[in-house]
Design a protein around this ligand. Sequence first.
Ligand code: GDG
Length: 473
Amino acid sequence: MARTIIVSNRLPTKVRRTDEGLAFAPSEGGLATGLGAVYQQGDNLWVGWPGTFLADEAEQNQVIEQLANDHMRPVFLTEDEIRDYYEGFSNETLWPTFHYFPQYAVYQPQLWAAYQAVNRKFCQAVLDVAGPDDTIWVHDYQLLLLPQLLREALPQSTIGFFLHIPFPSYELMRVLPWNRQLLHGMLGADLLGFHTYGYMRHFLSSVNRLLGHSNQNGMVEVGQRTVLVDSFPMGIDYDKYATTAASGEARRLEQEYRQAIGEDVHVVLSIDRLDYTKGIAERLRAFELLLQTSPELLGKVTLLMLVVPSRDQVEQYKQLKEEIDELVGRINGDYRTINWTPIQYFYRSFPPEELAALYRLADVALITPMRDGMNLVAKEFVASKTEGRGVLILSERAGAARELSDALVINPTDTEEVARTLHRALHMPPSEQQQYLASMQAVVRRYDVHNWVEVFMNRLAYIKIKQQVMATD
Ligand code: GDG
């Protein structure tokens, strides 16, 4: 029977080494939730790296066995591969380039060689389990070469690809060495999905200018094959967020936090992974400007800023962490009083029930990335506001801004605009908050992650049928 195989750099389960041996923990990402219904069915599978270096064959076998029960098949990476393919080419070449930070990008042939080799390794891992009739859905920027590698080995198979980060304009792509090989790699898929129409257009433009393929309504002729390119904005598990936020535990925690912060203090919430794409330092400067220009808010507003540790061995991330530490220290030093802290800053991750309580508690969510493929936090905040109060401030450069046009949409580089918008959000009448939230909730509820999977899979089936019809014409 034909199967569906999901492939991504990371598996939806994380393996960690502890004093008691290996520990397995589910990752809470939206992708795992959305695709749960797919890969856990029948003989379907998820192929990916379990997130830890495992040199020992006994440990590897333990992981293979354990994950097999949950429909997962691990790809093991060596320490060199983790450094050169993952931390190197993926995170220091592609990530900055695709997020419009080419000044942070490194272009090194040995990283490119590792990227190619690991994409081949993933290909072999998929071929070990896939048959010619299977549907294979590849995810994200770490595996751009995989669709074409699979196509060569399984010419008839059905291959989908989805990019979770932005696809940059041609002007960025033209700077990237190996750009043609990367595009060619992606075009091995039958269907290529992006979060927004804009990313899709950028991709088509690069394909046209670098490879000479034009398109008609998103259909690109590649040799004998027709490849479909389309946008599929990813959603969240709306019901899960709404239910968790309405639970007794979330309410209890919210009250506890509220008492600690003060009944009449407005809470502005920000949540991101530590990353230069997220605009964290600029956000802090905007908050400082708000305090400078709105003395009536002193003692009346607190920024709760959660930064989830990430890549902090990389130089740029280390520097960013220092910059954030300094800014928070300076602003708190200038403004804090015995019973008020302007910025409550946490550099760690939180369990989901605490996150739900924070979403409940927040009067304003301040989401100001410089670039972000989608930004699921914006949608989670909207879904969690079951009482109909709360204001979302959202960067125009997050993919989510396309759908959430009833947010207060700002340019994250414009510190004055962000400060002004914060002021407006903190003074917005409840009826207006309710109106904006209701319309955003309708969108986020309707286009949830289950709908996203369904629509993508339907389009993939459609293009396969279309290809067959065109072949017989
Ligand atoms: C890529 C793209 C795109 C955050 N802090 C904690 C925590 N989180 C959860 C949030 C949310 C997720 O992490 C972060 O959302 P992103 O949208 O940034 O997702 P990523 O996978 O990091 O990024 C991005 C996305 O893919 C999907 O296509 O939107 O643009 O970069 O779900 O809730 N979760 C827990 N504790 C935390 O402290 N449990």
